[in-house]
Structure formats: structure tokens, C-alpha cells
Design a protein around this ligand. Structure first.
Ligand code: ADP
Ligand code: MG
Length: 449
């Protein structure tokens, strides 16, 4: 009997002993690879499948194979895919998984995973995607610089890498560099420290295409801004492509000098909005396909309707439910997804909001130290953001009393919190600019993981 005949026997036998859902979840994805020297090799989508087969069916499969073949047969399994990404999310590494072979992608390299064909286009990102494609096809010719911005987890970094990958593939002779702004700042500081400014100039100015991620990191860093400004001028006067990604539009990069902001506005500016339901469903399908995960449509729909504003969280939820179901051997249903995602999704569909997250976002936005949220300092520059964070803790969470909020802000009392809330509410009512700023902060908090 050949490999596939043998496998057919096994499948016929198992089919009658398990539910159709379990069959399609666990058995259909298995592929017979080879039968040699009484060893039957099965290809499985990932290590969880091997584990599940070992726990549930190995003995049975070996018996069927041995009976059909007339000699003892051993089953071996070959996982198709590195699942370190899933493991990371579930936070549980089975001991026998060897992760040493997984390719290590440096934070400051173009990641081959992020390409245009893996990017789902919908109304929310169509313009940014279109601009990115134009730039990738004609670097330095049109749309220079390209400035893209959005809230977290909406695909900015993905598009930036996609441009880099496309250029590297189609015009490999062009010198392309991807760098986070943080890396730029570190490089700059190092170059000063070692008195070697030539090195940073060589690295960043001798390029055909520069891709800078998270430019908001430059806020408040004057010396680095100066270097950035000159680098920008050098590149753009020689028509080299510059693409810049930010979490807010140029105008709102307070703490970056005006002349640099106006440079950033020279070319084209594209924003990315949170995806609509159809786009979210399409992204989940794509992701499931890429990771070779078998996810029923109703579970995809469930996740897509619950997780709205952050694609990273959308993907994380998908991996979490599939990994959990594979790992525990329970079929993936809307019910189980609901249970598994309980701590990610609140009943109203918004992500779980904590005081700490609020403090982080506000501290970050006002460029103050997180510790100052709890400190006794009363200067306006610190007290004001602290009051905003108190107000947001009061309005965005429902499980904390004003006393508990006061405690989370370095042991302040109930009346201090009330005073902060009233003050911020009043200012929001009287100052539309401030009001919109607070709304932006709220958006950021809601989209946090
Ligand atoms: P940002 O840089 O805006 O915070 P990322 O580019 O890191 O967001 O995206 C977060 C995750 O969501 C990545 O894994 C990315 O591949 C995925 N993603 C974002 N937008 C899309 C999209 N339109 N189609 C497919 N995947 C997307
Ligand atoms: Mg990013």
C-alpha cells in the first residue's frame, strides 16, 4: 500500500470516531508526506498539532497503519511552520520547541514579512496605501517626502517596510535604509560621544531612500532635530526619497521646530483611519491564511465585530484564540473565543482601560515622566497633565472611586480628584482646541493593547 492509501485508511477510521468540527479542525489539515522503512511521516501545520495528535490519536493511528501494512509502523510528524509568534502571545513555550532556528529580525532592518501583497486595502487606508505604492515604484520622483500618520497598530510600519521591500526587490542598486527615529537619535548621540559625526552623515545622507519610523520620537530633542533637518535638506535637494511615519500630523508635533515641520509638510501627507468591519474581516482572513490557522467564519466575524480600533490587537486576538484552542484541544467556537478574549474585550467592545495606561498615554503626550503622575511636584507643566489623567481615569473607567483614583496618583485625596475633574471639564467646554486634544488622547488610550 502506498502512502496515500494508508492515510486514507486512517482517515476513514478516525472520521467515524470524532465530530465533524473536530475532524475539520484537526484532521483535514494533516498531510501524508512519506512512508519509508516502516516510518510514516505526516506534515502538520504546527507544533500544537503534533502535540494534539500525540495526546489523542498517535496510538490509534499507529495501530491502523501497522494493521494495514502488516508490520509495526511508527508515526512521525513534521511541523510546517515556526509558531514562535503564537507562543509569544499565549505566553507558554512548550519545552521541546526549539526556537533557535527562527530568523531573528532586527528592529532596525527591513522586515521581509511586511509587503504590499499582505496589506489589505479598505476605505480607511486606501490613500496611504496608494501613496506608498507610488513612492515604491518611483522613488524620489513624486510625493517627496511622503508623510504618513495614524493611531497605533493601523499599518504605518507595515507600509513603510513594504516600500523598502519593494524597492530592494525591483531596484536593488538603490541604497535604502529603514530606521526608527529612536535609532536615528541613538546614532546621533553616539556620533557626538565618539566625536565621529562623519559616521552619521555617511549612514543617513549617502542614500537613495530613507524610511523613518515614528518621527514623534524627535519631539523635545533639539540637537537631534538639527541633525535631522540638515540630513533632510541634503537628501531632498538631491531628489532622494524620504518617507516619514508619525503618530500624529506634522502640525501637532509640538516640540519640533517650525522649520522642520514645514519641511515635513512639503510633500504629501496621508493618514490612516481605523478599518471598517469589512476590512477587519478581510484582514483576519488574510492573517489566518498566512499563519495557516483554521478559523471558522463565525469566529472571525465575532473577533472583527469586537476589536475595532487596532489591527495589532485584532491579529493578537486571532492568534490567541487559535493557539488556545490548539493547545487545549478544544474546538474553536464563538463561545470559546468569547471566553478566551474576556480580558481583551470588554462587553461594550472597547479594550480594557487601566489607570496606568491612561497615565502612560498622557505622560507620553505631554512629554513628562511617568513618575510625575504620582509625584508631589506642582509646577503647571506637571500638575496639568496629571489633572487630565485624573479626569480621564474618572470618565473612562467605571470600577474606580475618586478615592481609588487619588491613591493611584500618589495618595491624593478625593477632593483633589474632584477638583481636577471639574477644572478639565470646564476647560474642555470653553476651549475647542483643548477639547479636540483630549479626544485624541482618549482615542489613543482606547487603542492601547
Ligand atoms: P503601526 O505602525 O501603525 O502601529 P503596524 O504597521 O505595526 O502598525 O501594524 C500592526 C499590525 O497590523 C502588523 O502586524 C501589520 O501587519 C498589521 N496590519 C496593519 N494594517 C494592515 C492591513 N491593512 N492589512 C493587513 N495587515 C495589517
Ligand atoms: Mg509602527
Amino acid at each position: 500500500m502506498n502512502t496515500s492509501d494508508l492515510w486514507e485508511r486512517v482517515v476513514d477510521n478516525i472520521k467515524s470516531s470524532i465530530t465533524p468540527e473536530a475532524y475539520s479542525l484537526w484532521i483535514s489539515p494533516l498531510k501524508p508526506l512519506n512512508f519509508e522503512n516502516n516510518i510514516f511521516t505526516l506534515e502538520v501545520p504546527n507544533i500544537y498539532f503534533s502535540q494534539w495528535i500525540v495526546n489523542n490519536h498517535q496510538k490509534n493511528i499507529e495501530t491502523i497503519l501497522s494493521n494495514s501494512h502488516g508490520q509495526p509502523v511508527t508515526l512521525e510528524m513534521k511541523p510546517q511552520q515556526d509558531i514562535s509568534s503564537i507562543i509569544k502571545i499565549v505566553g507558554d513555550t512548550p519545552e521541546h520547541i526549539d526556537n533557535n532556528n527562527a530568523p531573528i529580525i532586527q528592529k532596525d532592518q527591513i522586515n521581509p514579512k511586511y509587503i504590499f501583497s499582505g496589506f489589505i486595502v479598505g476605505a480607511s487606508n486606501r490613500f496611504a496605501h496608494g501613496c506608498a505604492e507610488v513612492v515604491a515604484k518611483n522613488p524620489g520622483k513624486q510625493f517627496n517626502p511622503l508623510f504618513m500618520y495614524s493611531g497605533v497598530g493601523l499599518g504605518k510600519t507595515h507600509l513603510l517596510h513594504a516600500i523598502g521591500n519593494y524597492i530592494k526587490q525591483t531596484t536593488p542598486n538603490l541604497k535604502t535604509l529603514y530606521a526608527t527615529c529612536e535609532k536615528f537619535v541613538t546614532d546621533y548621540i553616539e556620533s557626538i560621544r565618539f566625536d565621529n559625526t562623519a559616521s552619521i552623515k555617511r549612514k543617513y545622507r549617502d542614500l537613495d531612500c530613507l524610511l523613518i519610523d515614528d518621527i514623534q520620537f524627535l519631539v523635545g530633542k533639539e540637537a537631534s532635530q538639527e541633525e535631522f533637518f540638515h540630513m533632510f535638506n541634503t537628501l531632498s535637494t538631491s531628489e532622494k526619497q524620504i518617507v516619514i511615519v508619525s503618530d500624529r500630523p506634522p502640525k501637532e508635533l509640538e516640540g519640533i521646530e517650525e522649520r522642520l515641520i514645514s519641511r515635513l509638510e512639503w510633500g504629501i501627507i496621508a493618514d490612516i483611519q481605523p478599518p471598517d468591519l469589512e476590512t477587519r474581516i478581510a484582514i483576519l482572513h488574510k492573517k489566518a491564511e498566512e499563519e495557516r490557522l483554521y478559523v471558522p467564519d463565525d469566529v472571525i466575524l465575532y473577533i472583527a465585530t469586537q476589536v475595532k480600533s487596532n489591527i495589532r490587537q485584532l491579529e493578537g486576538s486571532l492568534l490567541k484564540v487559535t493557539a488556545f484552542s490548539l493547545f487545549t484541544g478544544t474546538p474553536l467556537t464563538v463561545d470559546s473565543a468569547q471566553r478566551i478574549l474576556r480580558d481583551v474585550i470588554k462587553p461594550d467592545g472597547s479594550a480594557h482601560i487601566t489607570i496606568e495606561n491612561i497615565q502612560k498615554v498622557v505622560a507620553d503626550d505631554f512629554n513628562i515622566d511617568m513618575r510625575d503622575m504620582k509625584s508631589k511636584r506642582r509646577t503647571d507643566a506637571i500638575a496639568f497633565p496629571r489633572q487630565i489623567a485624573m479626569y480621564l481615569s474618572r470618565t473612562l473607567t467605571d470600577e474606580f472611586s475618586t478615592n481609588a483614583i487619588g491613591n493611584a496618583f500618589g495618595g491624593r485625596d478625593h477632593s483633589t480628584v474632584m477638583h481636577a475633574c471639574n477644572k478639565i471639564k470646564e476647560k474642555m467646554n470653553s476651549d475647542p482646541y483643548f477639547n479636540s486634544k483630549i479626544n485624541q488622547i482618549i482615542k489613543k488610550i482606547r487603542s492601547m493593547e
